[in-house]
Design a protein around this ligand. Structure first.
Ligand code: 13P
Ligand code: SF4
Length: 304
């Protein structure tokens, strides 16, 4: 912390001067997560909080699609991305053209789009979802066939939870969660039978089948808080365990994790520079803002 302290002090001072609020995802590095974020949470919580922001500037400590979501919900505010290269393999896997192809293949089926997409894709969709509300939203839709995109694994995991619907999906995946395998988890459990395995639903279904609990990043935090397992293996991005370890001193967080190279692009140095120079503001084409906001707002409404 001694190395980070000067950045934390400078950022928190500049934040007040610029009338800025910092929204941070649960996958931020601990020094960002604990040091400078005003609000932390999963994708749904960040979208809900973005709706309520009073400050004139939002600094998004997360990836680009999260900043776009904040922007479409706050078109009059300045939304800053500390590193515009912080993307997401899911968001990059599909364009509005892909959404049109799916609609043509499954006429009349509603399109449920994961928030991990560009504003252009959201605007071409009927409603958004996150990993914390996907099953709830799909179940509530008045349709037998539902298109879910772009995460094939989230769609397959939801299909198991909502078996009375036909769910069709796009072939996107998260480069972090697709790396875990059921075999390694089985082997891990053989050697560590007392460890609770906790997975994110972006993992393939056979990985999820090995887990004791599967949920969004906030679901994972709530589960650990509730259950207080002696040992926990978080089958997700590495910073999750580091960020919640202090709050759960009795839980031993063990085992392998995967790093999201995009989330890790957001550093204290870049946030300081971003606030100092007011760069880089995220722009969403005016013709996309209304449609994208509608898809996100519908999701928030249905999640209440
Ligand atoms: P949640 O925080 O909504 O679970 O999302 C995880 C993720 O991969 C975000 O990029
Ligand atoms: Fe995208 Fe996966 Fe990184 Fe989340 S963890 S930002 S889904 S690549």
């Amino acid at each position: 912390w001694a190395i980070h302290a000067p950045y934390v002090v400078a950022i928190n001072r500049l934040k007040a001067e610029r009338d800025a609020v910092i929204l941070g995802h649960n996958y931020m590095s601990p020094q960002v997560f604990h040091g400078i974020c005003d609000v932390v949470g999963d994708s749904l919580q960040l979208a809900v909080k973005a709706q309520e922001v009073k400050a004139s500037v939002i600094v998004q400590c997360g990836v680009h699609f999260m900043a776009e979501t904040s922007k479409v919900l706050n078109p009059q505010k300045t939304v800053l991305m500390p590193d515009m290269e912080a993307g997401c393999s899911l968001a990059e896997s599909i364009t509005a053209e892909g959404v049109a192809q799916m609609r043509a293949r499954y006429p009349g089926a509603p399109v449920v789009t994961y928030v991990n997409t560009t504003a252009e894709v959201k605007a071409a969709s009927d409603i958004c979802c996150t990993s914390s509300n996907a099953a709830q939203i799909v179940a509530a839709l008045d349709a037998d066939t539902v298109i879910m995109l772009p995460d094939q694994y989230l769609a397959q995991n939801v299909a198991k939870q909502v078996p009375h619907k036909r769910i069709v999906w796009w072939e996107g995946s998260c480069i972090v969660h697709e790396q875990f395998t059921a075999k390694e988890l089985r082997e891990f459990r053989d050697w560590n039978p007392d460890t609770r395995i906790i997975a994110h639903p972006e993992c393939p279904p056979d990985v999820v089948a090995e887990a004791d609990y599967t949920g969004s990043t906030s679901g994972i935090i709530a589960y650990v808080g509730r259950e207080q397992p002696q040992k926990a293996l978080l089958v997700t991005e590495c910073s999750m365990a580091s960020n919640i370890a202090d709050a759960h001193p009795k839980v031993d967080f063990v085992g392998p994790c995967m790093m999201c190279p995009y989330m890790k692009m957001i550093t204290l140095e870049k946030v300081l520079w971003s606030l100092h120079t007011m760069t880089t503001p995220v722009d969403v084409a005016p013709e996309l803002i209304k449609g994208a906001a509608l898809a996100v707002e519908r999701m928030i409404e249905m999640s209440r």
